[in-house]
Design a protein around this ligand. Structure first.
Ligand code: FES
Ligand code: FES
Length: 174
């Protein structure tokens, strides 16, 4: 009979909410977010740390959540794509940039791209095209050819307050 390790209690601050759970030590953060918390905006594209679709913020740094164990996030802050918009549903500047500059097609890579770009702009509010391309090297997109993604991130850098589009409606954004 298989001798499984016991579950481990964790408390992880996810999108501002402290969540406690018991997880198997081998549980990947990506699977914990998707399967246990039902935060399915974090995508899994490869499971081998190549595609970046699973990118989230761990204490503000972009990480591939398929390479992090849930237990490693114990006591730390995680931000997923579900936590990026404002409380009123208004898009973040990066989200709005992707809308303005048509930075997505199928959208599969988009959550990871947005999280990576969000971390980049927090560290470097005025990145060059080279900076953007370098920062997004770990995120693959099969659809866009990347230029529109770069344009989207530049748009966000130039419009850090975004403009105003709410999920479900349009209006002015301060
Ligand atoms: S699913 Fe994590 S890098 Fe592809
Ligand atoms: S928009 Fe389809 S993979 Fe990037």
């Amino acid at each position: 009979m298989e001798n499984r390790p016991s579950n481990v209690p964790v408390t992880i601050n996810v999108n501002g909410n402290a969540l406690s759970a018991e997880v198997e030590p081998r549980t990947l953060l990506a699977l914990f977010l998707r399967d246990d918390l039902h935060l399915t905006g974090t995508h899994i594209g490869c499971d081998t740390s190549n595609c970046g679709a699973c990118t989230v913020l761990l204490d503000g740094d972009a990480v591939k959540s398929c390479t992090v164990l849930a237990v490693q996030a114990d006591g730390r802050d995680i931000t997923t794509i579900e936590g990026v918009a404002g409380d009123d549903g208004s898009f973040s500047a990066v989200q709005e940039g992707f809308r303005q500059e048509h930075g997505l097609q199928c959208g599969y890579c988009t959550p990871g791209m947005i999280m990576a770009a969000t971390a980049l702009l927090a560290d470097n509010p005025n990145p060059s095209e080279h900076d953007i391309r370098h920062n997004l090297e770990g995120n693959l997109c099969r659809c866009t050819g990347y230029q529109m993604i770069v344009n989207s991130v530049r748009w966000a850098a130039e419009n850090p307050d975004g403009v105003s589009v709410s999920v479900g409606g349009q209006g002015a954004h301060s």
